[in-house]
Design a protein around this ligand. Structure first.
Ligand code: ASP
Length: 317
């Protein structure tokens, strides 16, 4: 069988271990496993990398455990504004939507923008209208809201009032979901979807929909999906930076990814992580926070998920 690979992340804003109940950990890991299985099914039957990353991200957008789609972060006005993008490494075609208030699965709208072909990014109400016109599901704001996100917003507002924002935990601050894949035809793809960070300014757009920053894929080099304070990902053009290090310096995917996340980002005192896969199917998943929800699957169909340092093999459903 020709080689293929898939890796996902559910954001580097992972809770301190003690802040989540065992039942919540189990549910989050189960949903990571479901996302891996959705993407793996596409790759195993010889499908395209771009369909695999899309399938994996949809599962995580539908899960309340990650900051994307249902369960997304709330901005300063307690509104959800959602960002997503997808990129096909084969053609460098890309699509993105940002500041959407209604699209149930932002990654599907990003894909529709890609398929449209004339543009790369659509914003706000126009993105919502575009998605609806394409027959994609749209929702009222309440669909995206969970109790945990309301609590996170209240906690961030309390930090701001007390001047202690820097002491806020990574989980209070942010999160994102993403996937990268290599398919059996040798093509790479990446997708990323997020609610941004808790208490973000009205209209603020992060790195996740910015091609080259939060998402990047180029055949023969790598596919990358990032998570962390988006402003730094944009300034460091993280996705493209990893690819450039590999292409121009000849670094392998693990070295290039670690260089950007650990050496370039860590000194700014920001939580950051990414998943990346190279043209040979080697996966990298560096992060500089306490944890990052992540997972990958081997060609043999062995599924692994992790939140902190220990990695768990998934069995059953
Ligand atoms: N990168 C996302 C953003 O800045 C948030 C995150 O991944 O934590 O919007």
């Amino acid at each position: 069988m020709t080689k293929f690979a898939l890796a996902i992340h559910g954001g580097c804003g992972v809770m301190a271990k003690l802040d989540l109940s065992e039942a919540e950990w189990i549910a989050a890991r189960r949903d990571l496993g479901r996302a891996l299985k959705a993407g793996y099914a596409v790759l195993k039957r010889g499908g395209n990398a771009i369909d695999a990353v899309q399938a994996a991200v949809v599962v995580m957008e539908d899960s309340p455990h990650f900051n994307a789609g249902h369960g997304a972060a709330l901005n300063e006005n307690a509104i959800h504004e959602l960002d997503a993008s997808i990129m096909d490494g084969k053609t460098l075609a890309a699509g993105a939507i940002c500041a959407s208030r209604r699209i149930r699965n932002p990654v599907l709208a990003a894909r529709a923008v890609l398929e449209h072909g004339d543009m790369v990014m659509l914003a706000g109400p126009a993105a919502d209208r575009f998605a609806e016109a394409r027959g994609l599901a749209v929702e009222e704001q309440a669909y995206f809201t969970t109790e945990r996100r309301k609590q996170s917003l209240a906690a961030m507002k309390a930090h701001v009032a007390a001047g202690t924002q820097l002491a806020a935990s990574e989980s209070e601050k942010h999160g994102t979901v993403g996937a990268v894949a290599l398919d059996q035809h040798g093509h790479l793809a990446a997708a990323t979807s997020t609610g941004g960070y808790n208490n973000k300014p009205d209209g603020r757009i992060g790195d996740s929909p910015v091609i080259g920053a939060g998402t990047y894929a180029r055949d023969g080099v790598c596919a990358v999906s990032g998570t962390g304070k988006g402003e730094f990902f944009i300034r460091h053009v993280v996705g493209h930076e990893v690819a450039a290090r590999m292409a121009y310096l000849g670094e392998d995917v693990r070295t290039a990814s670690a260089k950007v996340i650990i050496e370039d980002m860590k000194p700014h005192n920001i939580g950051a992580g990414l998943v990346a896969v190279d043209a040979d199917g080697t996966v990298a998943a560096p992060y500089n926070t306490d944890g990052m929800f992540r997972g990958w699957v081997t060609e043999e169909g062995d599924f692994y998920v992790a939140s902190h340092s220990e990695v768990m093999a998934l069995t059953g459903d």
